[in-house]
Write a protein that binds this ligand. Structure first.
Ligand code: ATP
Length: 455
């Protein structure tokens, strides 16, 4: 992980948040390459689940919502984690996470999800699980800690109301269910997708952008008829898994993990877990939420959220199948999977980001072999720029320039040499195979589109 964090910082993917002020723990800023990669990830998700599905619609809802939303959803009363403080060094910890880490380390297989606070406290004492910061086993009582960030609205303190930064995006989809259904004349089953920021006052954030206090979620809610929910739950389990494989993640690093303890309203829940450098952890959640969310919002808002089936005239509150992933967590997953160090025949090590070409932050690098070829190179660069995110680099040896592009995952390097002036051909070098091909400039855009987008 340390290597990945350093790589991301040095190559302009992710910088520590507020760095010149000494930072703000567990906040991160995406740099020029990071923002391109993250945008490409979000676009891939949106294309796959929203654009290319005729029964899908997108929304972009407000982060700040009427606080009643969070009362209805149950977040005000119970969106909490079991926290405890180390009496010795005063650091705060999540009891369930400390137990899971201990169990993973000692090869103990047991479910932490189903443990009560008392059981967790006893287990920590019995196993003498230590504070990761100071090594002592002396913790305060375990208490529930609400993860929602609060803020105040209004110009004066007195008139102000407490409002919350949303801890998940999906409530925006629920409360707009009727708006979307009516305006789009949508018929069940249909889905609503959203990508946006969420905030959680996590007790133990960490592992780089895996768990942060501010992050982006990509969430999708399928509204379906009760009775068809199990079919759609299984269908979407597969569809979501296929999506990750389509991004180049290997099957052996992905697994389903069913939840042992379900929320009282949920009928089924499973995570897609990924083998991160720090072990198997949740990448994506998939839930059968029954009709709980819309029932609660109907109750709390007093508005009718029933769906009228135009064929059978039946009225019902739809069931919801949800899947959800953090854009930042998927970013980390893809970088961790793609970062490769290759030993070359000459004994040197080549760092390559073997990311799917369509996700690469820069698609094509234009490299004139010598500075006095820059006029032709610039002409080619300007044409390519209309079609791809391109880089132009004329400094250093060609070998060094290839390595720089390999490191950031650029799938194709286009080299302009003296022959280009004669035959109007360039050399295109492939990032993964390092093979080079001569391509006529007239053909170049189509050739690169095939290589990058398979089209
Ligand atoms: P975890 O158990 O890892 O805390 P969760 O079960 O609370 O996650 P959900 O509420 O189901 O997560 O959120 C859906 C997805 O949002 C997660 O699968 C994850 O990809 C992402 N996510 C959740 N919390 C964070 C966070 N603090 N930082 C980054 N991504 C997050």
């Amino acid at each position: 992980m340390q290597k990945l964090v350093a790589y991301c910082k040095n190559r302009g993917f992710v910088f520590p948040g507020s760095e010149i002020y000494g930072g703000l723990a567990n906040t991160w800023d995406y740099g020029p390459l990071g923002v391109e990669l993250k945008n490409n990830i979000k676009k891939a998700w949106w294309d796959y689940f929203v654009t290319r599905d005729k029964n899908s619609y997108g929304v972009d809802c407000a982060i700040l919502m009427n606080p009643r939303v969070w009362e209805a959803s149950g977040h005000v009363s119970s969106f909490s984690d079991p926290k405890m403080d180390c009496r010795n060094c005063k650091t705060r910890h999540r009891a369930d996470n400390l137990i899971s880490e201990y169990n993973n380390k000692h090869g103990i297989v047991m479910s932490v999800d189903t443990m009560t606070k008392e059981e967790m406290a006893n287990y920590i004492k019995e196993k003498q699980i230590k504070c990761p910061n100071c090594g002592k086993c002396d913790f305060t009582e375990i208490k529930n800690f609400n993860l929602m960030f609060q803020t105040k609205r209004g110009v004066t303190e007195d008139a102000s109301d407490t409002i919350y930064l949303r801890p998940e995006t999906c409530q925006g989809e629920y409360i707009n269910f009727i708006n979307v259904q009516r305006t789009m004349r949508a018929k069940i089953p249909f889905g609503i997708g959203q990508i946006g920021k969420s905030f959680r006052n996590e007790i133990t954030p960490g592992n780089f952008v895996f768990r942060t206090i501010e992050f982006e979620q990509m969430e999708y809610q399928l509204f379906c008829k009760p009775g068809e929910d199990e079919k759609f739950f299984n269908l979407y389990k597969q569809k979501v898994m296929d999506f990750y494989k389509s991004l180049g993640l290997p099957a052996e690093k992905l697994k389903f993990k069913d939840h042992e303890k379900l929320a009282f309203y949920a009928k089924a829940a499973t995570d897609i877990i990924f083998n991160f450098p720090f072990g198997w952890e949740e990448l994506n959640g998939i839930h059968n939420r029954t009709n709980y969310d819309l029932t609660r919002h109907q109750e709390f808002s007093g508005k009718n959220l029933m769906y009228l089936d135009p064929i059978t005239n039946e009225k019902f509150i739809p069931y919801i199948i949800e899947f959800s992933v953090g854009a930042d967590r998927l970013f980390l997953t893809l970088i961790a999977n793609a970062y490769t160090e290759e030993k070359l025949d000459d004994g040197e090590t080549r760092v390559v980001l073997k990311i799917l070409p369509k996700l690469a932050p820069i698609k094509v690098a234009v490299l004139p072999l010598q500075k006095n070829l820059s006029e032709k190179a610039d002409e080619i660069f300007k044409t390519l720029q209309q079609n791809f995110n391109c880089d132009y680099d004329e400094s250093g040896s060609i070998g060094k320039r290839y390595r720089r592009q390999d490191e950031i995952g650029t799938p194709c390097c286009v080299t302009i040499d003296f022959d280009t002036l004669e035959d109007n051909c360039v050399t295109v070098r492939d990032r993964d195979t390092m093979k080079q091909e001569r391509v006529n400039v007239e053909e170049l855009i189509n050739y690169l589109k095939r290589k990058i987008y398979n089209k």
